[in-house]
Design a protein. Structure first.
Length: 451
């Protein structure tokens, strides 16, 4: 081969290149992201609409259909659009072309979503616009549980404290947790009491809305001092909501606690999580961007003790479904197989050739080939993932197969050399000549004879 002849003519050049690969490899390996799957550049933007009270058909007709028409008119490089409508929630997924500018697409989707609010049903809140790709996959899950802790407490701790701390890790994305009960102040109406006092549920709603206000107060200058003024526009506790007046009839005042009960409750649950038979909350950690899976998982595990120090002592945070274990196992397998292949190949060459120089060349060629492939992958913007690691394992198996084939030929040549009492290289050349002569004679026998 031309590269072999070039290496024989310029040996020092290849030695310098090999040393350069050995010096650059550790830096490149540390900077190349390690992931589960390869980087898949299929940009997707999701638009999440929320309107409490509308059923799935209304969400589809009044919100989703108008959103889809507006997107196809004003957003560039759209590949296709998918949507799903549920009770009170609609999700519109916009898939873009692989070469699309995701920043430009995100800006266009956000602009049309804000402009479209005037055309949607009154009371529609601005949507949640999320961008992700096909390589955004869960890499770790955290199960939150605690003896004596309610589901509301677990949900509040996971959403307001743990999630906000973990999100500071580069490449970490955490959606809302599964399970738990979301805290909500609810008013349970007593319809019989309302009917007896001549009131309707709308009177209760108007009373709460009119007396639960957030108003700017400012300051007041009295003498040489300036005081902050606080307006008693909203109650500070849930119990104070029960003392709000609704209506005055003669000399009697009807309060909320006369016709209803205000409590610290939760909306109906749509999913539940159990840990050891007890209700719990599950946090899913996603990898986003070009971050390394190993770095994200390591950063989360390193931050968990710091977070636990500020949490209640009965709270337990248990990591589950750690996907970095598979990546680490693949890396360890590649290192182990490459090391074994290099050592055994070098040992066979040393035993039958007795040349340390040839042994060193063969033993270093295997790791150098893997390091070269890592440099090429990093230069192309790819990652070290399970697929590339599997390919390197296959290459190690190929080296093993080649080693066994060459070893069988080398052993036969070595035994023939000992029987004829000649050097190994001379026996090897005679054996090659004999094999070539047999192939030539077989070719003559197969050729048709001319008349």
């Amino acid at each position: 081969m031309w590269i072999v002849r070039l290496a024989l003519r310029r040996p020092y050049t290849f030695v310098v290149v090999s040393l350069l690969l050995l010096l650059l490899a550790p830096i490149v390996i540390l900077r190349t992201p390690t992931d589960i799957f390869p980087s898949i550049n299929i940009p997707v933007v999701s638009i999440v609409w929320n309107y409490t009270g509308l059923d799935a058909q209304q969400m589809s007709d009044r919100i989703v259909s108008q959103t889809e028409r507006a997107l196809t008119t004003l957003v560039d490089d759209i590949q296709h659009i998918e949507s799903q409508s549920l009770n009170g929630i609609a999700v519109v997924k916009v898939f873009f072309q692989p070469g699309a500018d995701i920043d430009k697409a995100l800006a266009q989707v956000t602009a049309i979503s804000q402009t479209q609010l005037r055309q949607l049903p009154p009371g529609t809140t601005p949507p949640l616009v999320i961008t992700y790709s096909a390589s955004t996959v869960p890499i770790l899950q955290l199960a939150l549980s605690g003896k004596g802790m309610s589901e509301q407490q677990l949900f509040d701790l996971g959403t307001s404290f743990i999630r906000t701390r973990l999100i500071t890790i580069p490449g970490c994305a955490i959606p809302y947790p599964y399970g738990g009960k979301q805290r909500q102040v609810q008013v349970d109406l007593d319809t019989n009491a309302l009917q007896s006092k001549g009131l309707s549920p709308l009177d209760v709603v108007n009373a709460v809305s009119a007396q639960n206000l957030i108003l700017p107060s400012g300051t007041s200058k009295i003498g040489t001092f300036e005081y902050d003024v606080q307006i008693n526009g909203s109650p500070k506790t849930v119990a104070e909501l029960n003392q709000m007046p609704i209506k005055t009839v003669g000399t009697n005042t009807i309060y909320i606690h006369d016709v209803a009960n205000v409590r610290d409750g939760f909306p109906p649950q749509t999913n539940m999580v159990h840990v050891n038979g007890n209700r719990a909350v599950l946090l899913s950690v996603l990898k986003s961007g070009n971050a390394s899976t190993l770095d994200v998982v390591a950063g989360i595990k390193a931050m968990l003790p710091t977070i636990a120090a500020g949490m209640p002592p009965e709270l337990r945070m248990q990591p589950l479904a750690d996907q970095s274990l598979f990546v680490r196992a693949s890396i360890d397998g590649v290192i182990k197989e490459a090391t074994i292949a290099a050592c055994l190949t070098g040992l066979m060459i040393l035993l039958f050739l007795g040349n340390w120089r040839s042994t060193l060349i063969i033993a270093t060629s295997i790791p150098l080939s893997i390091l070269t492939s890592i440099l090429v992958l990093s230069a192309l913007g790819q990652t070290i993932n399970i697929m590339t690691l599997g390919d390197w394992l296959w290459q190690s198996a190929f080296w093993w197969t080649t080693l066994l084939s060459k070893s069988r030929t080398s052993i036969a040549t070595w035994l023939w050399a000992r029987r004829l009492n000649m050097p190994f290289w001379m026996a090897h050349n005679r054996l090659r000549c004999r094999l070539s002569f047999r192939r030539w004679r077989s070719a003559l026998c197969l050729c048709p004879c001319s008349s």
